[in-house]
Design a binder for this molecule. Structure first.
Ligand code: NAP
Length: 350
């Protein structure tokens, strides 16, 4: 039976939003996916192409969507620095909420996708494990501003909100600034093509530090859980796979997956070092019949470099969501291999 709930997913082409749409459809929701690029409609999903920075265009695009019951906000506009993220990302959320509220009388819930920037992850080593109840830090930071906006806006409304805080997300997407698994897969494929062992490219201390990740599928299910579980209303939740790892143990396993030897780490900025590999990738694309569209060019090396610079522990306590009823666990090693399998199946890597 069709689920009577109707979801507006902002950020429909994102690492997070794309997987969330798959999950919603599999659970029988009707979905409207919104982003600048839009998309081809398919059973259960229609797409809207709109620039959320344009308040008038957003209002006009949302006007017919009177039956939305849930907003899942996972749009993200990148910027060259942390302060520059605040204005566009806050405005985009405000435009969606105001546009939807004006027409959607049945609106029940607004889900906000956040991250560990709430704990200061963008600034440097923060207290671990980070907890939802931890003290705030000095602005500017867009996740905090977005949550405060929702908290203020929700007063006297019938809808509730939830805020979801994943670690580094493992998922499938192309052309997005933050996709660690894809960056690793391309880096490994280039190492393989050059007959090189797989070297960890981060800081030496980052090889030893404790880290965790969040599988995009688990994240999608947790997001749906928080959006529909009354006990989760008006709260924030850390969502992670449930295990911790160190690259010094994970990296050799990744090398093994790609049939590569491991050599000692050597710090190098992938954003610089991968710049001249475009021609090599073009020849791999031809030789292996890879999907055109340039996975290499679309990869966010800057984000991978950032993750590999963390020479300190980086994790949060996922206990609150589990205590409130979300119990799913994913083995991060299996998550990597299943994503790499998927990249191969989709001909993104050789
Ligand atoms: N990826 C991670 O590892 C990770 C980890 C923790 C937290 N997060 C947080 O999760 C949120 C989503 O991240 P993500 O990695 O899924 O982002 P993403 O892959 O870059 O996706 C962003 C989405 O927003 C859309 N978008 C960007 N600018 C837009 C605009 N002006 N108007 C309409 N749509 C716009 C993009 O599609 P178009 O290009 O088609 O517009 C895309 O669908 C962010 O707040 C991020 O900080 C991400």
């Amino acid at each position: 039976m069709r689920n009577p709930k109707v979801a507006l997913v902002a950020g429909a082409n994102g690492v997070i939003g794309g997987r969330l749409i798959e999950e919603l459809v599999s659970q029988g929701w009707r979905v409207i996916g919104l982003s600048r690029r839009g998309g081809a409609p398919r059973p259960g999903v229609d797409y809207l192409a709109v620039d959320l920075l344009d308040a008038d265009a957003t209002r006009a695009a949302l006007r017919p969507l009177t039956d939305i019951t849930h907003i899942f906000y996972a749009a993200y506009q990148d910027a060259p620095d942390w302060a520059g993220l605040v204005a566009p990302n806050l405005a985009m959320l405000q435009n969606v909420v105001q546009g939807a509220e004006a027409v959607a009388a049945r609106l029940e819930h607004i889900s906000l996708m956040q991250g560990y920037k709430v704990y200061g992850a963008h600034l440097g080593p923060f207290k671990t494990p980070a907890r939802e109840s931890d003290a705030g830090h000095m602005p500017p930071e867009f996740n905090v501003d977005q949550q405060q906006y929702l908290e203020r806006r929700q007063k006297d409304k019938t809808w509730s909100w939830s805020a979801i805080r994943p670690s580094v997300v493992g998922g499938f997407s192309l052309g997005n600034p933050m996709n660690l698994a894809l960056s690793i897969a391309i880096y490994a494929s280039v190492s393989q093509a050059l007959g090189l062992p797989l070297r960890f490219p981060g800081k030496p201390g980052a090889y030893q530090a404790l880290l965790e990740m969040t599988d995009a599928g688990l994240l999608a299910r947790a997001t749906l859980w928080a959006a529909t579980e009354p006990r989760a209303a008006n709260q924030a939740f850390n969502i992670n796979n449930g295990d911790l790892f160190r690259w010094n143990e994970m990296w050799p396993k990744i090398a093994d997956y790609f049939g590569l030897a491991v050599a000692p780490p050597l710090p190098m900025a992938l954003a610089d070092i991968m710049g001249d590999k475009t021609e090599l990738w073009r020849s791999l694309t031809q030789r292996h019949g890879l999907a055109a569209g340039g996975a290499m060019a679309a990869t966010g090396w800057r984000f991978a470099d950032f993750v590999f610079s963390w020479d300190y522990d980086m994790f949060a306590d996922g206990g609150k969501a589990r205590r409130c009823g979300f119990h799913e666990f994913i083995d991060t090693e299996k998550m990597f291999f299943s994503l790499f399998d998927q990249f191969r199946r989709r001909k993104i890597i050789p």
